[in-house]
Design a protein. Sequence first.
Length: 280
Amino acid sequence: MALLDPMTIQRIARLVVDMDGPFERPGYQLAELLKRAAWPVSVEYDGTARVSWLTETITESASDEAAVSRFLGRICDPLEYDDGMASADLLRQGLNQILAAEQLSITYVGGRPMVGALGQDGRSTTFSPPEDLEARVRRLVSSDEITRQLMQRVNETRICADNGAYVFALIGIGSFTEGLLLDVLTKRDPSLAQGFPNPNGGRPVLAAKASLALLLDTARSRSWIQVDAHDFMKIVREYRNFVHLRQQRERGIDPDHDTVMMCWGPVLAVLNDLESSRLD
């Protein structure tokens, strides 16, 4: 996601404040909304004009694309509203009208709002690895070497997708996610390096043998990812298993470019949750 135009930021601020509207937010609620979106700096409302305050606050951190993306998603997150999706989707529609000029759009992936590129049809939303992915990964993982290895997976996935090797692109997406989760989880809880809790009881599962499903379950049990992101990753796990030709035949699926773009959505939801739950 590129840097938003100043006028776009101002229009977003007006939408969020919703002066005299049904979703009007007082100043303290604006600050709380930013905090729930894991805004990168501590914010306190100073009593000035709300639209100007929010515009300036967003502008000051506008270069942090991940933070802006999380904030945009939080605006239309069903968790923000007493009636859930009913109000959240109204905000999403209004936000999409503003973001269309930036060729951006928000859609729900497994019930979670995700920012993506506006499709060529002017209605759909497409997903791909964000431009700032390397910087975001580096902030989460334990070393530059892990960052290099993970980004190598992403680059190889891009090559596969761009050249029609869609099954191998899906395998690469799953491999990237598994590697990211394994490093983040063992970094946050070093005891996991000695073994993950066995869901079937018995001896712990060696870290080297921890499946993507077990990594997701562990992250969810620690509240490091939310339940929607956990559940929607099922499609990525299933498609990653197309490394076994038998599994692909049984599902009767012939992946294409849209399949690859669809699978990046749940992965980005996991990435957002890991960032929001950072311990450091």
